[in-house]
Design a protein around this ligand. Structure first.
Ligand code: 0GY
Length: 286
């Protein structure tokens, strides 16, 4: 499904310097081919379109996350980071064979972390030892780790997550099942983990993937995201998830997604932390 080329202008105006901390660039395939091992082929979503969306929605900066369709070939990501003139940072995917010189080049381009992906429909499993060895190397660069998993996988992952030597950012609130409600043990497990481990952050993202009630209000997203913003105001990030790969039910309007922000972060202080102070601390401290 292609992304909506003309989203509506959101009524919510983000604070000055706001960061879209979860988005992607795809291709264009003619320049940056998709990885042979990919599980899906997205529509091209080049950097120019991402930067235009950023400006249209009222954001100042992007954190661009390497998606599985580009595998560990970070060229499209690096190209976008360099074109952003300091207004974008990146999360890369690397293999254990990555050289120190390659890591240094990624760092110079603006990469500040790696992504470990446990979602089975997106990637073949990577042995935990491989991830541990990557984690040890990137920790020395001051990078952090972004993890993507489904809620039912969390119990098994907790010892591994707690053993990681860096900050950890969990994608999309650990993908809770909204049908089960905020008080279900699966979501409580995630909240309890964040309470117990101050190195764990969460993206309060992806109503379009998780909602059962659906667009444009995505009402069932609010209690989950609100719970995390309220309990951990200094460890939450927000992002559009543009261009929304693998959506099958509907393609979201990025204006609607932006309008969710005051519902999950009702106070100006919460919004300043969520959109500016938290991502700036994590991604632009150097
Ligand atoms: C997202 C979510 C998805 C895809 C990827 O790396 C990826 O391919 O993250 C998904 O299909 O849930 O964050 O973009």
């Amino acid at each position: 499904m292609p992304f909506k080329p003309n989203p509506t202008r959101p009524s919510f105006v983000p604070p000055l310097g706001a960061v879209d901390a979860h988005c992607h660039v795809f291709g264009p395939a003619g320049v940056f081919p998709y990885a042979p091992e990919r599980k899906y082929t997205p529509c091209d979503a080049p950097k120019e379109k991402l930067f235009a969306l950023r400006d249209f929605l009222g954001f100042s900066r992007n954190v661009i996350v390497q998606a599985t369709c580009h595998g560990a070939d970070n060229r499209a990501l690096v190209d976008a980071l360099k074109a952003a003139n300091g207004l974008a940072r990146g999360i890369a995917t690397v293999r254990a064979t990555v050289s120190d010189a390659e890591l240094k080049a990624l760092d110079e381009a603006g990469v500040r972390g790696v992504r470990f992906n446990f979602v089975k429909r997106l990637v073949d499993a990577t042995p935990r030892e491989t991830y541990v060895s990557i984690a040890e190397r990137i920790a020395k660069l001051g990078w952090h780790i972004v993890v993507y998993f489904e809620a039912h996988e969390l119990a098994d992952l907790i010892p591994f997550l707690n053993s990681l030597p860096t900050k950890i950012v969990v994608d999309h609130m650990g993908r809770p099942d909204f049908a089960k409600g905020v008080d279900h043990p699966d979501f409580r497990r995630f909240v309890d983990l964040m309470a117990a481990n101050p190195r764990i952050w969460s993206k309060v993202t992806c109503p379009e993937r998780l909602s059962i009630s659906g667009p444009p209000a995505y009402d069932d997203f609010v209690p989950f995201a609100r719970a995390l913003v309220e309990s951990f105001p200094d460890r939450v990030l927000w992002g559009t998830d543009w261009p929304h790969p693998n959506m099958t039910t509907h393609m979201p309007d990025d204006g609607d997604l932006t309008n969710m922000i005051p519902r999950i972060a009702p106070t100006p202080d919460e919004r300043q932390a969520l959109l500016v102070d938290n991502p700036m601390r994590l991604y632009w401290s150097r």
